[in-house]
Structures are given as C-alpha cells and as structure tokens.
Design a protein around this ligand. Structure first.
Ligand code: 5GP
Ligand code: MG
Length: 176
C-alpha cells in the first residue's frame, strides 16, 4: 500500500501488464497505417509515459507532438476542459492518432475532436491505455483500447493524484 497526500492506494496493474498492453496497441496501430507516416499526439501531462513506451514499440516511421489539456481536480473529472498548450504543426492531409493515458467521462475527447475539426486532417484516430466503460458518457469511437478498468480512481504510470504518483512504474487503485 502507498500513501499520496491524504489517501492510500493499493497495487492494481503491474508494469509488465502495462507494457504488454502498450505493445499490443503499437502493433495494432502499426498494422493499420502501412507505409503512411502518422502523427501521434500525446495528451499531457498524464500520457507522457504511455507515449514514450508506445513510441519504443512502434517500429515504423512516425511523428510526435504534444497537446496539454486539464480537467481533473483532485479525484473527480470536471466538465470544463482547458487547453494549456496547443498544436503548432500543420496537420492538413495527415493521419493523426491521439494517445491518451485514460478515457473516463470522455469530456477531454470531445474537446480534442473539436480542436482538430478546424484542421484539414485526413483521419483522426484515438488510442488510450486505460478506459473506464462505466464512466464513459460519449459516443465518440475509441479506436484502440489497452486495458478496460472499473470506475475507480487510479494513479501511477503518468497518472497523478494532485500531481503526486506520476513517477510510479505500475498502477495503483484508490483504497476505499
Ligand atoms: P475525461 O475527460 O475522459 O473525464 O478524463 C480524462 C482525463 O482525466 C485523463 O486524461 C486523466 O488526465 C484524467 N483522469 C481520468 N480518470 C483518471 C483516474 O482514474 N486517475 C487519474 N489520476 N486521472 C484520471
Ligand atoms: Mg489525460
């Protein structure tokens, strides 16, 4: 068991399980794009570890950029999603894959889709390491899902509880 601020967390998903899930995501995306060079867009802060490991498993030419969004306060998602760092790259005619650490309510995805609508993108796909099916309230298709999890708050592997816990190499679940 570990403690972050006022809460305790118990081990939930091992580093090895995470790595297998990411390897599988990378292989699925690789198979889909053939010789085309996709642009991966990592969603900061949470996705930095996923993106890094995903890129290491992706064995064909690819490009990378980051966008920064924030919607969480403490352990609950808020409805207001803010864009803190935007994309400054020309994405017209490109195939773009958004790489998320976790999809919860889907509010962030809606905002992301909206942001990319104005750009003349060829196709926009969504990949996420973790997905909470019970919390998901939108009808946007998620193209690649690593691991589906129950509707509980998790930390580690990039995911934080009020900024702590991002450095943990495995994932922990809130102890309730
Ligand atoms: P959504 O907009 O889908 O509700 O939430 C997406 C964002 O909220 C994620 O990219 C992540 O930053 C944060 N988030 C959602 N669920 C969790 C969770 O269980 N733990 C942590 N630490 N962050 C989460
Ligand atoms: Mg995120």
């Amino acid at each position: 068991m570990i403690q972050l601020h006022d809460k305790t967390f118990v081990p939930f998903i091992s580093a090895q399980e995470i790595d297998s899930a990411i390897q599988s995501l990378a292989q699925q995306v690789e198979a889909e794009f053939g010789q085309e060079i996709p642009v991966f867009i990592g969603v900061l802060n949470g996705s930095f570890m996923v993106v890094s490991d995903f890129m290491k498993h992706y064995q064909k030419p690819c490009e990378l950029s980051f966008i920064k969004m924030a919607s969480y306060q403490g352990t609950t998602s808020t409805d207001v999603v803010k864009q803190l760092i935007g994309i400054n790259q020309d994405l017209s005619g490109r195939s773009v894959v958004i790489i998320e650490d976790i999809v919860d309510t889907g509010n962030t995805l809606v905002e992301l889709k909206e942001l990319f609508k104005a750009q003349n993108i060829k196709e926009l796909k969504i990949a996420t390491l973790f997905f909470k099916p019970e919390a998901y309230k939108k009808d946007i298709k998620i193209d690649y899902i690593g691991i589906s999890i129950p509707n509980k708050f998790i930390v580690g592997y990039g995911l934080d509880y009020d900024e702590l816990g991002r450095n943990l190499p495995e994932v922990y679940q809130l102890n309730e």
